[in-house]
Ligand binder design. Structure first.
Ligand code: ADP
Ligand code: MG
Length: 378
């Protein structure tokens, strides 16, 4: 022990650095799936099929019909910080895609056996390759080469993740509850399905022919339809669609709409919101709160509790609403350069934005709860 303090400082090898950071990015199967789903959406897919076994620990496969990965990119696609989405640091300000760090595939390949089968539209065949620790690896010990091999396949990409955390037994041990991991995966799929109504999302348990989640997608599909197909018409017929655009109201009427907020504050409130809120006629045992800011699935404890407070005035004690919110803020007002697993985001003027949403939702709920009493009185 006396020697400990005298130990020389040395540089960690790239291999060790990559392993450590992979463990930070991918902490459980649903983290991996979130990254893979976002890659499919970035690749403009319209159908995404996920197959899992043992909560994604044994087997997690995701098939899309997107752009595919070019053969010449397959060699580096799983290396750390390789991406087709970001070049200059300044691009971060205007980035539209979900990914930009080029860390997801690399991280997953450090903690699992990863396979890619992919075909671009202009290629005459598909290619498959296996990866380990960011690099191409032979498919089996008897195979000589690790080069991508031509094979049959449809346009799009299929990524297979097997034996997640096989090389980090301590992590594997904490994730013994595969039922819990599976429900995280199902919930994640539902959230993305609602936010992307025109994309078809399918979740299957391996060996089970009937999908657990199945949304139809299609050009004319709306959020409300998806919510109905996932949670039933009891909820979808009680949904209020609330849109907020503080600045459009100022310009149209020449004055502000919030009676307590001065217009100088309003004009600083650069955001628009579209939300689907259950009415006062609906309540559930658990809150369902889904928030996407600029297309990213995020958490906001403050907005969630702020809205629970509003509903608390109308719902029976111990019951909760369904809330799906899509918030758009100018990219410069939100810090996206945060760690991939940190889902809490920082927005400029958060307090005022939350207050504004609370007021609007309160207004809408009070209208419907008044009309409810009215109609029962008559
Ligand atoms: P990032 O998304 O941050 O770029 P990833 O490690 O998630 O990093 O992916 C690396 C690259 O692999 C992406 O930039 C993209 O070019 C390609 N890629 C990954 N998944 C897909 C997919 N499903 N379809 C097409 N290309 C993909
Ligand atoms: Mg990505």
């Amino acid at each position: 022990v006396a020697n400990e303090s005298k130990k020389k400082i040395h540089r960690l090898t790239q291999e060790v650095v990559n392993k450590i950071s992979a463990g930070e990015v991918i902490q459980r199967p649903s983290n991996a799936l979130k990254e893979l789903l976002e890659n499919c959406l970035d690749a403009k897919s319209t159908t995404i099929t996920v197959t899992v076994k043992d909560g994604g620990m044994k087997f997690l496969q995701i098939q899309d019909n997107g752009t595919g990965i070019r053969l010449e990119d397959m060699g580096i696609v799983c290396e750390r910080f390789t991406t087709s989405k970001l070049t200059k640091f300044e691009d971060l300000r205007s980035i539209q895609s979900f990914g930009f760090r080029g860390e997801a595939l690399s991280s997953i390949s450090h903690v699992s056996h990863l396979k890619i089968l992919t075909k671009t539209a202009d290629s005459s065949c598909a290619y498959r390759a296996c990866y380990l620790n960011g690099k191409l690896t032979p498919a089996s010990p008897n195979e000589q080469s690790s080069d991508p091999k031509p094979c049959a396949g449809v346009n799009g990409t299929q990524i297979t993740v097997e034996d997640l955390f096989f090389n980090t037994p301590s992590r594997k041990n904490v994730l013994k509850n595969t039922i819990d991991e599976h429900s995280r995966i199902a919930l994640l799929m539902k959230k993305y399905a609602i936010n992307n109504p025109t994309v078809s999302f399918i979740l299957k348990k391996q060996g089970d022919p009937t999908p657990e989640v199945h949304t139809s997608g299609g050009q004319n599909s709306l959020e409300k339809d998806v919510i109905g197909s996932l949670y039933g018409t009891d909820l979808s017929k009680e949904l209020k669609i609330i849109s907020i655009d503080p600045n459009s109201n100022i310009s149209k009427d020449g004055n502000d709409i919030g009676n307590t907020t001065p217009s100088s504050t309003l004009s600083r409130l650069d955001f628009t919101m579209k939300g689907f809120f259950s009415s006062t006629n609906y309540n559930a045992k658990k809150i369902n709160f889904i928030l996407f800011i600029n297309g990213r699935l995020v958490d906001s404890k403050n907005l969630k509790t702020g809205l629970e407070q509003v509903y608390g005035k109308y719902l029976p004690k111990g019951t909760h609403p369904f809330i799906f919110i899509r918030l758009l803020v100018p990219p410069k007002n939100i810090d996206v350069n945060i760690h991939p697993t940190k889902s809490e985001v920082k927005i400029l003027h958060e307090e005022q934005i939350i207050e504004f949403i609370q007021q609007k939702v309160d207004q809408e709920l009070s209208i419907s709860s008044n009309s409810k009493t009215f109609s029962t009185q008559v």
